[in-house]
Design a protein around this ligand. Structure first.
Ligand SMILES: [Zn+2]
Ligand SMILES: [Zn+2]
Length: 329
């Protein structure tokens, strides 16, 4: 499924199977989750995609062939591919354990072709083994919703009371990790979205309410997964002194002006950009211990436009995942 021009639906095309170059693996894609970032790319809110583009950066599949110099994987191994697809290894960020900020980074399903396809190639260094306890579809959302959610949670610090704005794919994973870490989480959903509130309560929320409300207690930290800038001042009001507000998404509408008094007392605002391979290793080890259970709604690959639309209108419970029919391998 390819994107020709942002703003247009994806188009189903037949392409030649890609060839793995040195250091790359060819992957028979079994499942690819649909991330809000895909929506920002398709809608043109992220302005630098390669075109035409195969979107998708939460890929799970089996290695079908390996390029020269591939040592980490062999044919038949199950692997996952996340958003971070390549880094230079030389810039100051790469050298300082901040490869998520690499000046020349390449991103799966954005500046590299991704997983809305039957086959994909990926740099072996940015592929990860998938824990055995997950099916392909269940594992796919771990690759971004899980990893970015985990990075956001780490950035939020160790506070006990955690607010989560926007209760979708990333939130439902973070909530489980937060519970495992014996924290309380407070879910803030689209006002009036009773289904999302119920979903959060079922996952053990201490409280669930509309994002226009304030939770009954002051929070230590809040993570915003919804791409709505007006939630930043709202979250600042919800956190106590010294609290932190993490913006977990890659794109957000403009943040309205707000009085300095809601930032005062050492509250802070921080964004999360991309992920590092270390995040992936840590989270993939942690997920089966929690154990994180992902709730997925599956679509056939050809139904990618429908999956994106349902995500756009908040109609997905948990994560949307595209699956391909697997004949062999
Ligand atoms: Zn993503
Ligand atoms: Zn770099």
């Amino acid at each position: 499924m390819i994107l020709d021009i942002p703003g247009k639906p994806l188009r189903k095309v037949e392409l030649a199977e890609p060839k793995p170059e040195a250091g790359q693996v060819l992957i028979r894609v079994h499942a690819c989750a649909v991330c809000r970032t895909d929506l920002h790319i398709v809608d043109g809110e992220l302005t630098q995609p390669k075109l035409p583009l195969i979107p998708g950066h939460e890929i799970v599949g089996k290695v079908a062939a390996v390029g020269e110099e591939v040592t980490r994987f062999k044919v038949g191994d199950r692997v996952g591919v996340p958003w971070l697809g390549w880094t230079c290894g030389k810039c100051s960020y790469c050298k300082n354990s901040q490869e998520n900020l690499c000046d020349d980074a390449k991103f799966t399903g954005y500046t590299l072709d991704g997983g809305y396809a039957e086959y994909a190639v990926a740099d072996q260094r940015f592929c990860f083994p998938i824990p055995n306890s997950y099916s392909d579809a269940e594992a796919a959302p771990l690759l971004c919703a899980g990893l970015i959610g985990y990075r956001s949670l780490v950035k939020a610090g160790n506070g006990k009371r955690l607010g989560i704005y926007g209760f979708g794919a990333a939130a439902h994973i973070v909530a489980q990790v937060a519970k495992y870490q014996r924290r309380e989480f407070y879910a803030l959903t689209r006002p009036g979205d009773e289904a999302a509130k119920k979903f959060a309560m079922n996952l053990g929320a201490a409280w669930a309410g509309g994002s226009n409300e304030l939770p009954p207690v002051k929070l230590d930290a809040a993570i915003i997964f919804a791409p709505a800038g007006e939630l930043v001042p709202q979250a600042l009001k919800a956190v106590g002194k010294g609290g932190i507000v993490i913006c977990g998404g890659i794109h957000m509408s403009d943040i309205p002006t707000f009085p300095y008094s809601i930032l005062w007392e050492e509250r802070s605002i921080c964004s999360v950009a991309n992920l590092t391979r270390r995040d992936a290793e840590e989270f993939m080890a942690l997920a089966p211990k929690v154990p994180v259970r992902t709730e997925v709604e599956t679509f056939r690959l050809e139904e990618a436009n429908e999956a994106l639309n349902r995500l756009r209108f908040g109609k997905i419970r948990g994560a949307a995942v595209l699956t391909t029919s697997v004949v062999s391998c």
